[in-house]
Design a protein around this ligand. Structure first.
Ligand SMILES: [Zn+2]
Length: 297
């Protein structure tokens, strides 16, 4: 069930096999079952004499299906559904489940990329190299540091590039559940974050020691007792608005980052981009700004 991501593994079906009960708030309904690829009992569908008992009851011999499909594959002793076919279903459904999990959250891409308030150009270059993206970041910035007066057209082309990027990224909460040591993983994040040690002035983009986790400018969130901290270098804040957002106490943001290390209940990550949830007003403002700048050239 877990490896199939909760969906029926028959490609023509794919239905969800569990969900909350409507009548009972604490109960779940499970409509799926681990069907046997080769039957566990002699005379059953696809029974394989050469299997040991352990093999018959192993995970490899199981296929997660909804109740309908589980009974379907055993009809007529399973003649219509040979072992080779069921193994393909199993492989495909596990791969699809993995794909759903390991990808840059579409909501981050759709909602946050259009209003970037932090962009770590050197780290994006690093990510592009790692993921072999056939993309080139523009080189508008000396040493990757945005200069004074840098704004809409550059931001716009960077947003377009980032929106095209495809690489696997787990949500940070999933990553820390799945890996005891999540170091090096690219994760996405979205939601309300607390801000701390942000620049005092909106325009203050001076370099800080971001390895000093107590004093570095940072945003953080919690999941259970795990604290997810992202120290950031104010030199990569994109605009004065960004400076304001990063010192207002808390802010609704999304983006992606790579995990640097975990120490007890603290997970420290380095952000590639941080964006605000975009609103129609923010998009309209940005478009007007771009048009204004173009007209001025
Ligand atoms: Zn089904």
């Amino acid at each position: 069930m877990l490896r199939a991501g909760g969906k029926c593994s028959r490609p023509d079906c794919g239905r969800e096999t569990f969900g909350p009960s409507e009548a009972q708030a604490t109960k779940a309904i499970i409509l799926g079952q681990a069907a046997h690829i080769c039957s566990a009992s002699p005379g059953g569908a696809r029974y394989d004499l050469s299997q040991t008992d352990a093999e018959r009851h192993s995970l490899e011999n199981g296929l997660w299906l909804c109740e309908n499909c589980a009974s379907l594959i055993d009809k007529n002793k399973g003649v219509d559904f040979p072992v080779s076919l069921l193994k393909i279903w199993k492989k495909a459904s596990e791969a699809a489940a993995q794909d759903r999990l390991f990808r840059l959250s579409e909501s981050v891409r759709d909602n946050c990329v259009s209003s970037l308030i932090f962009m770590n150009i050197p780290r994006l270059h690093h990510l592009i190299a790692l993921t072999k993206q056939p993309l080139e970041l523009p080189t508008y910035f000396d040493d990757g540091i945005p200069g004074e007066g840098y704004i809409a057209p550059e931001l716009n082309s960077l947003r377009r590039i980032i929106a095209q990027m495809r690489f696997p990224a787990l949500q940070w909460q999933e990553a820390i559940k799945m890996f005891a040591d999540p170091t090096g993983l690219v994760v996405s994040f979205e939601g309300r974050f607390r801000t701390r040690n942000g620049p005092k002035e909106a325009r203050d983009r001076s370099e800080r020691d971001i390895s000093d986790i107590e004093n570095a400018p940072q945003i953080y969130a919690k999941s259970g007792n795990i604290k997810f901290v992202m120290p950031y270098d104010p030199r990569f804040l994109t605009t004065a608005t960004a400076g304001v957002e990063m010192r207002r106490g808390s802010t609704n943001v999304g983006g992606f980052a790579s995990i640097k290390y975990r120490e007890d209940d603290v997970v420290v990550a380095s952000p590639f981009i941080i964006g605000l949830y975009s609103t129609p007003e923010a998009r309209a403002f940005m478009n007007a700004l771009v048009a204004h700048q173009r007209a001025g050239r």
